[in-house]
Design a protein around this ligand. Structure first.
Ligand code: PEP
Length: 252
């Protein structure tokens, strides 16, 4: 059985003190959760204060991005080494906003993923097709390229630390969620790719999250799919009440 993960990507929102307020409200809303891993990903400037607020809590901390070098002359960048130091356990890698706005390519994303693993942290590798690619019948090809290059040269022994998030670009921040069937189809395909590369045993262990307009009213159907192991939530993770309801997907 794969333990579900519900992760909130706060994107470029919340000051440090607002982020602490949000995580405290979330703790009040959700109560103790032991049947799922809960992760929040605030902006870099709020990581330290949120880490302090989470001390003693089972909620884990993720960064939204990183640079694939440890230290050095890389002005403006933040490394997995520093993120670990501040209390992060996870790093989101290859979010579609980074791919689209900042032109990050699969080979660079692969370098980041390796750097995150080298620090003993867990990468959350985001992959997903655009609407144009889906409509051109290229969804499987795109998912295959992003998965294969993203995970190039990763040892099977490291794969249990890797989390994959299938995030169809057309569903992110649009209010247009993939149907349960569309999500299951993509997740089963991705698990098949993992099986080909890393074997059946590993492929059954890797958590594959769905992301793209997950809300309190659609989370239960998505989570009922056999290959959907959790959710990466953007907009709805900024409201403690909504995120709390998403976290309790099995206890509506
Ligand atoms: C995301 O940012 O990863 C995301 C899925 O956003 P939203 O839930 O707002 O679509």
């Amino acid at each position: 059985m794969r333990k579900p993960i519900i992760a909130g990507n706060w994107k470029l929102h919340k000051t440090a003190s607002e982020a602490v307020e949000l995580v405290k409200a979330l703790q009040r809303q959700a109560g103790p959760v032991d049947d799922a891993e809960i992760i929040v990903a605030p902006v870099f400037t709020a990581l330290a204060t949120v880490a302090a607020a989470l001390e003693g809590s089972s909620i884990r901390l993720a960064a939204q991005n990183c640079y694939p070098e440890k230290t050095g002359a890389f002005t403006g960048e933040v490394s997995p080494f520093l993120l670990k130091d501040i209390g992060c356990s996870h790093v989101i890698i290859g979010h579609s906003e980074r791919r689209q706005i900042f032109k990050e390519e699969d080979a660079f994303i692969n370098r980041k993923l390796k750097a995150v693993l080298a620090e003993g942290l867990s990468p959350i590798l985001c992959i997903g097709e655009t609407l144009e690619e889906r409509e051109a019948g290229r969804m499987f090809e795109v998912l295959s390229v992003q998965t294969k290059i993203g995970l190039d040269e990763i040892a099977a022994s490291d794969m249990e630390k890797v989390v994959i998030a299938y995030e169809p670009v057309w569903a992110i921040g649009t209010g247009k969620t993939a149907t349960n069937e569309q999500a299951q189809e993509a997740h089963a395909f991705i698990r098949g790719l993992l099986r080909e590369t890393f074997g059946a045993d590993i492929s059954e262990k890797v958590r594959i999250l769905y992301g793209g307009s997950v809300k309190p009213d659609n989370v239960d159907g998505l989570m009922a799919q056999p290959d959907v192991d959790g959710a990466l939530v953007g907009g709805a993770s900024l409201k403690a009440e909504d995120f709390g309801r998403i976290i309790s997907f099995r206890r509506p």
